[in-house]
Design a protein around this ligand. Structure first.
Ligand SMILES: Nc1ncnc2c1ncn2[C@@H]1O[C@H](COP(=O)(O)OP(=O)(O)OP(=O)(O)O)[C@@H](O)[C@H]1O
Length: 266
């Protein structure tokens, strides 16, 4: 059975006057941003411009500087118990979390997502409902056949499906993905795009950080361009995904090719 995402009537995100320091430097400056629940957004910008920091701020893994007028509201609330908040969106990390046993299967790795753990350590209390929902998440990723396969023996593309399934166990309505196609071969990139399109069609909002225009699904209509820790443009793809805008953003010549609704750059 396919699980529908949980529905939220509140905006996924509202940020006002957000400044974030890392180390002894301010790396996000005066960010103002709203994202509706279920909205699809791609964030682009040169290395080090603050994209991952912005995602970490959205997921409350990093906190902004406390200044007058600063606001971060997630699903309508400024204060969250983090364990509760994690149930409301899914975060697709670059890889599965590090430590696991030699016998961690696909189903174990996905079920461990309920505990933000790398595997099902003996002290974790796994309920039948958790196993069932982990099975549903694998099904949604068309990855049920990976349930019993050892994670250590999976290909990069197969592991990426497991990583996304983990992020889906709480049936989130918003999924945050930071460079999801990194290290994937051409077939696995294609699989990933098809997977994300399916999730988008089911109503899961995608917030995607990427360096590859090919990752920007036709469903993603809103583009945010960042440079030097600032949002420098926020608007429709037709206006922002142009050679002129990207050449200016990356300070280097960017050429864009079109293949129906898809773009690629070189
Ligand atoms: N743990 C850290 N401690 C101190 N500074 C950091 C840390 N992580 C990142 N930074 C700095 O914060 C700035 C923004 O980094 P961030 O990772 O958000 O950029 P990014 O746009 O995601 O880059 P990339 O495209 O290379 O992944 C960079 O100048 C980086 O050097």
């Amino acid at each position: 059975m396919q699980a529908a995402p949980e529905t939220h009537t509140q905006d996924f995100l509202e940020m006002r006057n957000v400044n974030v320091a890392r180390g002894d430097r301010i790396v996000l400056h005066d960010v103002n941003l709203s994202i509706r629940t279920g909205e699809h957004v791609a964030i682009l910008g040169p290395n080090g411009c603050g994209k991952s920091t912005l995602i970490l701020t959205m997921t409350c893994q990093i906190y902004p500087m406390v200044i007058d007028g600063m606001l971060v509201r997630i699903f309508g609330r400024e204060r969250w118990d983090l364990t509760q908040l994690r149930k409301h969106f899914g975060v697709v990390a670059a890889d599965l979390p590090g430590e696991r046993t030699a016998v961690t299967t696909g189903l174990d790795a996905v079920t461990a997502g309920f505990f933000s753990a790398s595997t099902l350590w003996p002290n974790l209390h796994v309920t039948d409902e958790m196993r069932e929902r982990a099975g549903e998440a694998l099904e949604r990723m068309e990855a049920s056949h990976l349930s019993d396969q050892l994670v250590g023996e999976m290909s990069a593309g197969e592991k990426r499906r497991i990583v996304i399934a983990r992020a889906l166990v709480h049936r989130p309505q918003q999924l945050l993905l930071d460079e999801p196609s990194n290290a994937l071969d051409l077939a696995a990139q294609r699989e990933l795009r098809e997977t994300l399109r399916r999730l988008a069609a089911e109503g899961t909002g995608l917030v995607l950080v990427t360096h590859h225009l090919g990752d920007i699904l036709p469903e993603i209509d809103r583009i945010i361009l960042m440079r030097d820790g600032r949002i420098v443009a926020d608007g429709p793809r037709t206006e922002l995904l142009t050679e002129a805008r990207l050449t200016e953003l990356f300070n280097a010549p960017v050429r864009i090719g079109h293949d129906e609704e898809w773009l690629h750059s070189w």
